[in-house]
Design a binder for this molecule. Structure first.
Ligand code: ADP
Ligand code: MG
Length: 682
């Protein structure tokens, strides 16, 4: 008797070698195998006639073998089998390379189903290596909708498809229906066992669509339930109430009055800290909206209440920057800070870790290694994480597993429309900084075409001559097949060898080693690099106030929100700053989008426009939000299903908050989805 989450080797016919191939596809358990969904389908249900075949598309047809197969050896190790087939419309030559069994399988005078594609280059009608099966046994490779799987070496589509069908037939009864009957009825969804069967072996396209919908729904339903549970689980963790949340001295010590938005966010945080529930809050605010000040207030309150704070940044450079800023902001209070980064010496590290362990260090700043490595805290009670997309759902859950759950504040500079934020961060409360500090200068943004190239070069040079620095952002790292856009590596070379041969040009992209990247960023921060040619890696939080110009090549290739993020790298100092978008695209929609960016500096407004113009893809695509890996659901395509599933999950939990706890099959699947090993839900 096998069960769903057993290793695939417990299936008959799957040994160590096959298991290894499957593992390459991420398939380890029986469930993984039946949830290894096709990436596409080939419609082989339509029957073509030989005369109507084209070299453009493969097709199915019935034909009779009209000549005995002839095998010839053209050279060592190369055999060709040729034969003629015909239907009532035309004759066709079939050619098979190194498949001598064909000569026995295809019998003169008999008819077969074939599937293949015409060889466009041959004289006369010819087809190479078609697939075939006898008329009475058709339905495996011809005459059906064939699922197409992503493959790995040694594993053909046919073998994989057969293994999955075999597993399905064995598991049919074990596949629990994890959706409640009421949900199935209300949203008109196929039952589980039918959906899994149909997705791998669809009898027709309309049923296939229903199976897909059901499985997407299922995944989003698990996702929504998981988020809700983590949220209620974490806030159910009672927490010592912070008795001292007075901020008078903190506000007084600031070099400037806080904005209303900052005050509101700090109030929301203090409200959490004064109750018994654990804080789980996402602080969203445009670049430059002053999130650090809000985070510092939270840290201040925690330390006033005798607690330890961990402050995490996505890179070491950013950690160093935060270390400086927080020390300055909180200087009057003489707190004890510690900065733990990889570049410290072993001796320094040992000492810092000791201070963290014995509680001397009150505010500890570092990268995410703070939580994963051997760092032991004396009484860690608040975790602040900058840039939430590097700090995903799984990490948030892991945090809860670390004994007593600390308060959590995640900060994000990616404005996401509120509707999407609520869908995606259902396990977090939301605070929004929708106001910039006064006197903030607007980054002047222009949209120009290639025709302006020499003027742009002049503009760049002028900035450098005035002692400022320049970013040039390219959409790709290296030249690909499509030469219609600029690649950072080649463009940096070109600039070095031509117009800017006398200037210092740095290069930065995502495929460089971490330490090389950090070195380049440091040089740029110190001013020894004048022009930094880079890809979008600079998007996250680099703060070089002396950089006053950003040039974005092939701007049409970026999403609006992403362009806005990039633009946030300039305009951080006293000096007037500029962003030049270069695009020669004549596409009207592109022009509208890019002009919208020139017109406003408000990230939330831009995000809303981006959502309206391009759909939610940009918010999920290239950017990692630390969300689980969905097997079939696609956040940007299936947003309506996500909403429905979320509604269904909410209704269910309202009726029965403990539903998951007494539905073990559901619990297992949620843990699989979130890749959480321990049981965090009870
Ligand atoms: P971000 O939200 O991008 O992290 P920061 O916290 O780095 O923004 O703040 C950006 C800049 O604005 C910093 O130089 C900070 O000192 C300044 N700042 C923050 N709040 C205010 C305020 N209320 N008034 C004036 N300047 C502020
Ligand atoms: Mg910041």
């Amino acid at each position: 008797m096998v069960s769903l989450f057993d290793n695939i080797q417990s299936l008959p016919g799957i040994g160590p070698a096959r298991a290894k191939q499957l593992k390459n596809l991420g398939v380890e358990t029986i469930y993984d195998l039946i949830a290894y969904f096709p990436r596409s389908y080939e419609d082989r249900t339509k029957q073509a006639e030989i005369a109507s075949l084209t070299p453009d598309a493969p097709a199915c047809f019935q034909a009779m073998v009209t000549s005995a197969p002839r095998v010839s050896r053209i050279r060592k190790g190369m055999e060709i089998t040729r034969l003629q087939v015909a239907d009532h419309t035309a004759k066709l030559t079939l050619v098979f390379f190194n498949q001598s069994y064909v000569a026995k399988s295809l019998v003169y005078g008999e008819s077969y189903w074939f599937y293949g594609q015409l060889n466009g280059k041959a004289i006369g009608l010819q087809m190479v290596n078609p697939q075939f099966e006898p008329l009475d046994r058709a339905g495996s490779i011809t005459n059906r909708i064939v699922p197409i799987y992503s493959l790995t070496a040694g594993l053909s589509n046919h073998i994989l498809s057969r293994a999955i069908c075999h597993a399905l037939s064995l598991c049919q009864n074990m596949l629990p229906e994890i959706l409640p009957a009421s949900v199935l009825a209300q949203y008109n969804l196929l039952p589980a066992s039918e959906a899994y069967t149909v997705i791998h072996n669809p009898p027709n396209f309309s049923l296939l669509e229903q199976a897909q919908k059901r499985l997407v729904f299922e995944e989003f339903f698990l996702f929504s339930l998981g988020l809700s549970c983590m949220r209620s689980h974490r806030s159910a963790n009672t927490h010592d109430v912070y008795t001292d949340c007075k901020l008078t001295l903190y506000w007084k010590a600031l070099p400037f009055p806080p904005t209303n938005a900052q005050k509101r966010a700090v109030q929301e945080i203090c409200h959490d800290l004064q109750t018994e529930k654990t804080m789980n809050r996402l602080l969203q605010g445009d670049v430059g909206s002053g999130k650090t000040l809000v985070a510092a207030a939270a840290a201040y309150v925690a330390v006033q209440n005798g607690k330890q704070v961990a402050f995490m940044a996505p890179t070491e450079i950013l950690a160093e920057q935060h270390f400086q800023t927080l020390q300055t902001l909180l200087a009057p209070f003489h707190f004890h800070f510690a900065l733990l980064t990889g570049s410290k010496s072993i001796k320094e590290k040992r000492q810092i870790k000791e201070e963290i362990a014995n509680g001397t260090a009150q505010i500890v700043i570092g990268t995410h290694a703070l939580l994963t490595s051997d760092v032991e805290f004396s009484n860690l009670d608040m975790v602040i994480a900058d840039e939430q997309h590097k700090f995903g759902v799984a990490q948030r859950a892991a945090l809860t597993q670390k004994g007593k759950a600390p308060h959590l504040l995640v900060m994000s500079a990616t404005p996401i429309p509120r509707t999407l934020a609520l869908l995606l961060y259902g396990d977090l409360d939301l605070s929004i900084l929708d106001e910039l500090p006064p006197g903030r200068q607007k980054v002047e943004t222009f949209l120009v075409s290639e025709a302006f190239r020499s003027r742009i070069n002049g503009f760049i040079r002028k900035h450098v001559e005035n002692g400022h620095q320049v970013y040039i952002v390219c959409p790709a790292i290296e030249d690909g097949e499509d030469a219609s856009y600029k690649a950072a590596v080649t463009w940096a070379d070109t600039l070095r060898q031509t117009v800017f041969g006398d200037l210092t040009i740095g290069l930065l992209h995502g495929q460089m080693k971490g330490s090389d990247k950090e070195a380049v960023l440091r040089q740029f921060a110190l001013g020894s690099i004048q022009i930094l040619v880079s890809t979008t890696v600079i998007e996250v939080g680099i703060d070089v106030p002396n950089a006053t110009l950003m040039v974005i090549e092939n701007a049409e290739r970026f999403g609006l929100s992403q362009l806005h993020q990039l633009r946030g790298r300039v305009g951080r100092g006293q000096d007037k700053s500029y962003c030049v978008l270069i695009s020669s695209s004549k596409n009207e929609e592109t022009q509208t989008r890019l002009k919208a960016l020139c017109a406003t500096n408000d990230g939330f407004q831009i995000a809303e426009q981006d959502l309206a113009l391009r759909g939610p893809g940009d918010f999920f695509g290239a950017r990692q939000h630390g969300l689980p890996q969905f097997k079939i659901a696609n956040l940007s395509l299936d947003l309506n299903t996500l909403k429905q599933a979320q509604q269904a999950a909410r209704t269910l939990l309202d009726q029965d908050p403990d539903y998951i706890l007494h539905t073990p099959s559901l619990l297992t699947r949620i843990q699989v989805l979130f890749e959480i090993s321990g049981n965090i839900f009870n």
